[in-house]
Design a protein around this ligand. Sequence first.
Ligand SMILES: [Cu+2]
Length: 358
Amino acid sequence: MSPAPLFAVVVAGLIAVVPTFAQTMGHSRHGARPADPHAGHAMPAAAAPAHGGHDMSPVDVTNAPRAPVSARGGQELESQLVDGVRHFDLFTGLVRWTILPDIEVGAYAYNLQVPGPTIRVKPGERVRINVANRLPEPTTIHWHGLDVPYEQDGVHDAKLPPIAPGGTHAYAFIVPATPGTFFYHTHFAADRQQALGLYGAFVIEGPPPVPVTSEHVIMLGEWRVADGKTYPTMAMDGFLPNYFTLNGKSFPATETIKAKVGDRLLFRLIGSGQFIHPIHIHGGAFEVVATDGHAVPAGARIKKDTVLVGPGERYDVVWTASRPGKWMLHCHINHHVTNDGAEVDGAGGMTIIIDVSG
Ligand SMILES: [Cu+2]
């Protein structure tokens, strides 16, 4: 086959995939429930043991839609207020997700995004989160750090079965009364499912402890990609990660943040992976204003240019842009600022550039 017809076939394939994806990105403000990405397809055969044990097999993306290369994770999730209760819709599913222009991973995703959509709520609000499980294995959602009733905590036992493949479940609780940075993630076979992308930010909004110009959620992630297949990342069995993402993208595909001298940027750093990452900032120090969703009293705030973010931890840090330049925010485990060991323009992986103009 000559190159021209082959190109035509590829383009036709993309056109077929993109509208499906656009319909399912979770834009449900107008009340439309997310469409089923697997509509018309057979569900893939079960890939994980039902007991949630260690499943080291690669992700089966045979029937998974492909997200556009330009798609970004962590989009704000639309909601509807019904009788005083804020409703959100989430669905789990497999997706082919681009972390670098030439690297696609097979991900487990909420609403076809990595990270999953960001849920923003007000202190004390009643919420209901409807979940449809379109994975070929059970799952749950744990509301990490939130003080909710046990039945809503997303753990599973004999009386609290996980959400079966094809099943649905609604979580309902009252949001805690104080603002803070939290997140949600699977609590079923989490060493596989969460590592492969089932996590998203949960922000209780409120005035930040210090005035800021802008805010940026940053969720950490690790990937093991070999021979075009994606494996869960674990230290056991040698499955160490070789790609590292901030908000689901590796540098240089990460977002560049624009700022002006004098701006104060709030970063919500979220340890959503399963490795530790010392997050370092150039051009001045962070002020740590909240830890794990709880404000640090003014007299106890410390300044650090490197904040060690472990799995499950959150740090809200404020950075003041004091000089023009392209300042780096990056992990300081230097292997984590490579893409499979290679640098691009002196960086890679867990790097974000803050482009400060005068
Ligand atoms: Cu790191």
